[in-house]
Design a protein around this ligand. Structure first.
Ligand code: NAD
Ligand code: ZN
Length: 254
């Protein structure tokens, strides 16, 4: 069913959530647009302006590492100032109520953690952009540390002082392997739920988009919340084409 209006959507969602014993939310960039972080594919999204840097180019070319850090610091105000939105707060309420054991996210903005979901219950399929790691020895570096060296070197990306490896935000780039542990945990959550909610994801990035399919095939109810149609709408029990904040607001508990 495609919810004809917001009121119908609210009622149908409340009913589905009440009937479910385990709800697993799966979120994409759309849940964070109201927090001031643009998504990739909407008009005005990041991709209308910048082509992503694939992992092999990041590794192979120092100027791509410089460019990648230049872009990251250009976005720092958006990431650093963002606070959880209504969608994040609603999902944190479901989590605190014991209804949702965790959240699977494609987002890299750390906002689910900031909304009060324990870090071990946020499965980040594409990593986290609020800190960096050495690709060779895995040492963690804070962005302020990277930025100070980047600026002191006139816009050159620093290498790891311990091992000489490249330092990258702790995110998964195109062409980079998916994190095994997160993939396993996402699968466990997906198989454990009887209600799967895909929220603000264009559902075109694989393998992440495979989780709603997996949930559906496993017998869970599927809800898709996105202001645009997605390729999986046909197999959803409920499709809500409205603003995520407005749709999830009633789930925010005091
Ligand atoms: P996407 O940009 O492909 O899709 C976002 C979707 O959300 C779009 O389909 C859009 O229609 C919808 N949307 C946007 N704002 C909405 C709103 N207020 N209400 C309802 N729907 C809304 O993002 P994606 O599918 O999550 O995948 C792209 C990848 O980009 C992710 O894997 C992630 O790694 C990365 N990314 C992350 C962030 C972030 O962390 N906030 C931001 C941009 C990109
Ligand atoms: Zn190192």
């Amino acid at each position: 069913m495609i919810a004809p209006d917001l009121k119908t959507a609210h009622d149908a969602l409340q009913e589905l959530a009440a009937a479910a014993s385990v709800v697993v939310p799966f979120t994409g960039a759309g849940i964070s647009t109201e927090c001031g972080i643009p998504d990739f594919r909407s008009p005005g999204g990041i991709w209308t302006r910048l082509k992503p840097i694939p992992f092999d180019e990041f590794l192979a070319r120092p100027e791509m590492r410089d460019e990648s850090w230049r872009r990251r610091f250009a976005m720092e105000a958006e990431f650093a100032n963002a606070a959880p939105g209504r969608g994040h707060r609603a999902l944190a309420s479901l989590y605190r109520a014991g209804k949702a054991p965790g959240v699977i996210t494609q987002n890299i903005d750390n906002l689910h953690q900031l909304s009060g979901i324990a870090p071990e219950h946020v499965v980040e399929l594409h990593g986290n952009t609020t800190y960096a790691t050495c690709l060779d020895c895995a040492t963690r570096y804070e962005l302020s540390w990277v930025r100070a060296r980047f600026e002191a070197a006139g816009g050159r990306a620093p290498d790891c002082p311990d091992c000489g490896g490249s330092i990258k935000t702790a995110t998964v780039s195109f062409g980079q392997a998916m994190p095994e542990d997160e993939m396993r945990r996402a699968e466990e959550l997906t198989r454990a739920c009887d209600l799967f909610m895909a929220i603000g994801s264009s559902l075109v990035v694989w393998p992440a988009a495979g989780f709603p399919l997996m949930a559906r095939r496993n017998g869970a109810r599927l809800v898709i919340i996105n202001r645009e149609p997605t390729d999986l709408d046909d197999m959803a029990d409920l499709v809500v084409r409205h603003d995520i904040g407005a749709v999830l607001e009633p789930f925010i508990a005091a």
